[in-house]
Ligand binder design. Structure first.
Ligand SMILES: [Zn+2]
Ligand SMILES: [Zn+2]
Ligand SMILES: [Zn+2]
Length: 453
């Protein structure tokens, strides 16, 4: 480290403390990027610590940064149209327009020689084009390993799919793609709980020549951020994939994503994994798709698909396992484990993002996840029980048309009892388990009718 020339106003210990890599690694991710920059302005020593240490910008969350947001995003008001028109006149492409703010930030970071220190980059909710993501995946000037692009705007998803396919092609250059993990399918991490009214968020618009108060501001902000981090830790939802949480991905991903995840196996990991249900096994591709009555054969082959439903650790309700078997962290192939939310603050490896944190260090629970098609007619949407292919052939009813299902439903209702449901095999009807949730639904339905009548 160079000679320390400290201003008198700041305690020597802060610069000393932060020049310890481990301490900086643990603390920097809790500070917004504006505070890190303010901190660097308070003394030469701190400037040195911030800009010379690879840790200060290792985790960079730009989602709350105002200058990263496209002005007049949408809806375009009159002013917005003008603003955009002015820029369009300057022969800006759509990509330039929507990724302009982020490109501006990246080039400033590059000038300060810290862009390559960014290993975890969070762009959730921002305007991010497929072209920009492609640059992050492939260009030498970036060194991002974990990229979070959940709920981003102005994304051409088909283009992104093409770029990712190309980035993982077998003839790709060694060491590419740089990005090893992408958060894309899940919802953004919940915003930290609002601070109590007494802890007013300190202003970051520091005025020149007020170094002591700037230092005080930063330390106040630091405290505020630690509280937020603690709240986030208390509400962390990273084990959700391991519980019977039901639908984990709000919008069903297009079927192309299944093939892309397959192509990315072992190269890029996502916050979702492929369904391993037996119907995706190519050995089943020969099963005739149509059975006698024209319905899909219950075992017919399915293309690769993303598992969107978390089934919990217990497996099938009858045999407590599944034909494909659960994924067990530390034993099964790493590609079987999704990146967990929230994006880890202190590590930028795929493993750090995948490892499920369990209470008292107990063994991670088995992971059962499947796609919607593999659970059709065999998963109760209410109590989340399910039955696998070995224990239940699957109700043909689940494959019938909406009209046929409604007719059956009416039959059940007029008779008022559940024993008229063909007893034999049907375990799930209209998304509810027949034994429990469907009966409960019927009862509450007739209760309502009685009360109204
Ligand atoms: Zn079973
Ligand atoms: Zn499936
Ligand atoms: Zn149920």
């Amino acid at each position: 480290m160079g000679p320390l020339v400290l201003s008198d106003e700041l305690p020597t210990s802060l610069a000393d403390l932060l020049s310890n890599t481990l301490i900086l690694r643990q603390t920097a991710p809790y500070l917004p990027v504006s505070s890190i920059r303010n901190l660097s302005r308070t003394s030469k020593a701190l400037h040195y610590v911030v800009y010379e240490s690879p840790e200060a910008f290792r985790y960079l969350d730009l989602s709350p940064v105002k200058s990263a947001i496209v002005p007049f995003d949408e809806p375009l008001d009159a002013g917005g149209i003008n603003w955009r028109a002015e820029r369009m006149d300057e022969a800006l492409s759509e990509d330039d327009f929507y990724s302009g703010p982020l490109r501006g930030i990246f080039s400033r970071l590059e000038k300060s020689h810290v862009l390559r220190s960014v290993h975890t980059l969070v762009l959730d909710g921002l305007s991010v084009t497929a072209e920009l993501i492609n640059e992050l995946l492939t260009e030498e000037r970036y060194n991002v390993r974990i990229l979070s692009i959940r709920e981003i705007r102005h994304l051409n998803e088909r283009k992104l799919q093409q770029y990712i396919r190309y980035a993982v092609r077998p003839s790709r250059p060694a060491g590419t793609p740089r990005v090893k993990g992408i958060y894309f399918f899940g919802p953004r991490d919940p915003a930290p709980l609002p601070a109590s009214p007494t802890t007013k968020k300190p202003s970051t618009s520091a005025v020149r020549g007020t170094v002591p108060s700037q230092g005080a501001q930063i330390s106040a902000e630091w405290n505020h951020k630690s509280t937020e981090a603690l709240n986030a830790a208390l509400t962390r939802n990273e084990e959700k994939w391991y519980r019977s949480s039901g639908k984990m991905i709000p919008k069903r991903p297009s079927h192309e994503w299944g093939e892309i995840l397959q192509a990315c196996e072992g190269i890029i990991t996502f916050d979702a994994v492929l369904c391993r249900g037996p119907r995706h096994d190519p050995r089943n591709a020969n099963i005739k798709n149509r059975s006698v009555d024209g319905n899909l054969h219950p075992a017919s082959f399915l293309r690769p698909a993303i598992a969107t439903i978390a089934l919990g650790p217990s497996g099938c309700d009858s045999c407590h396992s599944s034909p494909e078997g659960p994924s067990v962290f530390g034993h099964s192939a790493p590609a079987q484990f999704p990146l967990l939310s929230p994006v880890p603050l202190h590590g930028s490896s795929v493993r750090a993002a995948q490892i499920p944190h369990t209470a008292h260090g107990s063994a991670p629970p088995p992971l059962h996840v499947r796609c919607e098609d593999c659970l059709k007619g065999r998963w109760c949407e209410r109590c989340h029980k399910w039955w696998d292919e070995d224990c239940y052939a699957g109700s043909i009813i689940a494959q019938r048309t909406e009209l046929q299902q409604t007719e059956l439903m009416e039959d059940i209702q007029t008779n008022g009892t559940s024993h008229l449901i063909p007893k034999q095999t049907i375990k799930v009807h209209m998304g509810l388990c027949v034994d429990h949730c469907l009966v409960e639904e019927m009862m509450s339905g007739s209760e309502r009718t009685r009360m109204l009548g």
